[in-house]
Design a protein around this ligand. Structure first.
Ligand SMILES: *[C@@H]1O[C@H](CO)[C@@H](O)[C@H](O)[C@H]1NC(C)=O
Ligand SMILES: *[C@@H]1O[C@H](CO)[C@@H](O)[C@H](O)[C@H]1NC(C)=O
Ligand SMILES: *[C@@H]1O[C@H](CO)[C@@H](O)[C@H](O)[C@H]1NC(C)=O
Ligand SMILES: *[C@@H]1O[C@H](CO)[C@@H](O)[C@H](O)[C@H]1NC(C)=O
Ligand SMILES: *[C@@H]1O[C@H](CO)[C@@H](O)[C@H](O)[C@H]1NC(C)=O
Ligand SMILES: *[C@@H]1O[C@H](CO)[C@@H](O)[C@H](O)[C@H]1NC(C)=O
Ligand SMILES: *[C@@H]1O[C@H](CO)[C@@H](O)[C@H](O)[C@H]1NC(C)=O
Ligand SMILES: *[C@@H]1O[C@H](CO)[C@@H](O)[C@H](O)[C@H]1NC(C)=O
Length: 337
């Protein structure tokens, strides 16, 4: 097994950025396999990059949030895929992938094997088949700088919540799950995990379990990216709760039973329609309340810190507004291994 590469960054908040200056969180392109300009691989890759978005649109790839395609023939075949975070809209997904296809050759001009991670999507291609194959390396860690209170209890909560999320994701067809749990009276833990849906349930769980080993369980937030899976936690709601709150399809009846009659199908449908509008009605005010509350809480903390005159470095690195805005992040490499 290849040794896992770990890269670590700390997050620094930036103002909000538009799609035009979307920034990759990290890209990995190995110089081990490169193509020469004007080669057949180059022209296959150009064709792949230029036809991907329109083909994926035709095939509902952006609604599914996942799409795989090839271009050309062996030995110069290009295998490529994208995966969008399952809570983003098809439009955001398409924008992200569209950006990625124009960004790829700028970031990795001559590399055959390329992975690029953005906030909302993962884009990847290679000259070898990457479909239905778990690839947990490299793992990229992005970490918040701030320590949690009660690290021992937090570590336990994070481990349990992530494990539950991984099980749920591995069992779902989208290979995706979110979980939230109370940490303190004022803080909730939000977790999101996702695998490429071409992985088996077992591979997905295994990929996520490997990634959990790298999560910074003493910090207020962290994410691990690999080519095949993604895990992230924060103490603020960073994913779209409404998009992820959709109830899973009802489990199929046990094989010995005949399918339920239409009447019994109609009832849960009616029910779920009602409950989802209730969920939206409850969530919207809750999010506003949480944001207002956090804003107040941060103010209090700032005042308290002024009084107690904290170490100045702490203030420099501290990301209080991080909890209020949902930032686009500039990544400063701090530690590399
Ligand atoms: C690949 O080679 C280019 C040009 O020699 C170099 O600038 C780049 O840093 C190399 N990339 C890696 C990941 O080693
Ligand atoms: C992929 O590219 C590398 C380097 O150019 C080459 O050695 C390898 O045989 C290629 N793999 C396939 C399946 O074509
Ligand atoms: C690539 O092809 C173009 C036109 O076919 C030519 O002008 C250019 O010099 C070639 N570049 C290389 C590096 O061979
Ligand atoms: C896009 O679709 C066209 C027509 O079906 C096909 O020839 C081409 O290979 C496809 N490209 C990709 C990247 O899937
Ligand atoms: C996408 O991947 C699946 C395996 O996961 C494969 O069966 C299918 O042929 C791939 N699609 C294309 C267009 O290569
Ligand atoms: C987090 O805790 C470590 C020691 O456990 C300490 O060295 C570091 O400065 C703390 N970071 C912050 C931002 O308080
Ligand atoms: C989490 O906290 C909220 C209020 O802060 C409370 O209503 C809810 O019951 C708590 N959930 C659990 C599982 O303790
Ligand atoms: C969240 O998802 C829902 C349902 O997909 C969508 O209607 C809503 O616009 C999304 N909200 C944001 C902030 O993206």
């Amino acid at each position: 097994m290849p040794s896992l590469k770990f890269f670590m960054f700390f997050l620094v908040q930036l103002g909000s950025t538009s799609a035009a200056d979307r920034k990759n969180l990290y890209h990995d392109c190995s110089n081990a396999t490169t193509f020469s300009r004007n080669s057949t691989y180059q022209s296959n890759l150009n064709f792949f990059l230029s036809s991907l978005v329109s083909n994926a649109t035709r095939s509902n790839g952006f609604s599914n949030g996942f799409y795989n395609a090839t271009a050309g023939q062996d030995p110069n075949k290009v295998y490529g895929l994208f995966l969008c975070r399952a809570d983003v809209s098809p439009t955001t997904c398409r924008d992200c992938v569209n950006f990625a296809t124009s960004d790829a050759l700028k970031l990795c001009p001559v590399q055959k094997d390329t992975v690029i991670w953005y906030e909302e999507c993962l884009f990847r291609y290679s000259n070898v088949s990457i479909f239905s194959t778990m690839d947990p390396s490299p793992m990229i860690l992005l970490s918040n700088v701030n320590n949690v209170t009660e690290p021992a209890r937090f570590k336990q909560l994070l481990g349990n919540t992530m494990n539950e999320a991984a099980t749920q994701a591995a069992d779902s067809s989208k290979r995706f799950a979110t979980r939230k749990e109370n940490f303190t009276t004022f803080e909730k833990l939000y977790c999101l995990v996702q695998c490429t849906p071409d992985l088996s349930s077992l591979e997905c769980n295994s990929c996520l379990q490997q990634s959990f080993g790298g999560l910074p369980s003493d910090k207020k937030g962290g994410r691990i990216f690999s080519p095949s899976c993604y895990s992230r936690f924060e103490l603020y709601p960073f994913y779209n709760d409404t998009a992820t709150a959709a109830p899973p399809p009802p489990p199929p009846p046990t094989p010995v039973l005949s399918p339920p009659p239409p009447v019994s199908v109609a009832r849960p449908e009616g029910k779920s329609g009602i409950s989802s509008s209730i969920i939206i009605a409850i969530i919207a005010p809750t999010v506003v309340a949480v944001v207002l509350f956090i804003a107040g809480y941060c103010l209090l903390i700032r005042r308290a810190r002024k009084k107690n005159s904290p170490p100045p470095e702490d203030n420099g690195k501290s990301l209080k507004s991080y909890f209020i805005n949902h930032p686009n992040n500039l990544l400063l490499p701090i530690v590399c291994a």
